[in-house]
Design a protein around this ligand. Sequence first.
Ligand code: DAH
Length: 342
Amino acid sequence: MLQNIINQAIDEISKTVNLAALEDMRINYFGKNGFIALEMRKMASLDDEAKKVFGKEINEAKTQITNAIDTQYKILKTQHIKQRLQSEKLDLSLPARKIKSGSIHPITQAMQELLEIFIRLGFEMKEGPSIEDDWHNFTALNIPDHHPARQMHDTFYLNGNNRLLRTHTSPVQIRSMISGKPPFRFVAPGRVYRYESDMTHTPMFHQIEVLMIDRDINMGHLKYFITEFITQFFERDDIEVRLRPSFFPFTEPSAEVDIRMKNSEKWLEVLGCGMVHPNVLTNVNVGKEYRGFAIGMGVERFAMLKYGIEDLRQMFEGDKRWLDHYSFSGFDIPSFAGGLTR
Ligand code: DAH
């Protein structure tokens, strides 16, 4: 009697067409109210001998039906995988899309390298606004009214005479000293703007300002830091550094720094510097017991010297071929200041 049902079950199971139908089948036979469970309940009313016989039969039924389900499961599962492989087929012969990778502009690269050196020498980083006022950009820096830098041909003025695009990063000295307390030891990178454009000048370029103010700073310290960063930046120790007397309103004494390779005739001017003028320190309320040095340098100049770039203006043309040639991998950039220069 039971064997008939088993045969019928095996037949039904072998006819299921998908895994869901097979699962329904399993529940029919092995579920809480399934066939096997119902049969088991009959056991209670049997005597010991009959129980033995019936128990055996049920076990046999379980084994046969389970085997049938397992067998059908394997068949359906294989079918299912085949169908998926068919429907989700990938054409691996299609050429892959080309990966377009961006690159780091030589100005950014040089800027990051320069900053990295100063950061390692213990300098903090400061930034200031591109739009400045007359006082921060000129007056506080001891640049008198009649100074040529104030004239229209140098400065981009906005809405009248008080708002302007900063012509150098030196106003960051002023902002940082006013809002802080000495000693100071920072670098301030940024864009600067001047109303001029020719072979060697662009209306926007980049500077880094360095300031160190403490009780006993002298020109020896200044020369030490300059020599140190130049040696590190150009990655060679056969570079000579020379300080030549010069003039800037915000430093006294002031110097221009020239460098040359040992044995080379030609000196190249690379930056301006000096001891911060007492008037500047007074303007930002730094006490007379403090003194220090300032340095201002053009980033483009350093990039051109290090990477052998000859034409300044190409830096800003965005020519893909030029960039492919001169730019750097994002992996080469010093890591301390990711995203620093925008
Ligand atoms: N601010 C000057 C300029 O843009 C550069 C400069 C010279 C900055 C000497 C300094 C300095 O801090 O000491 O022409």
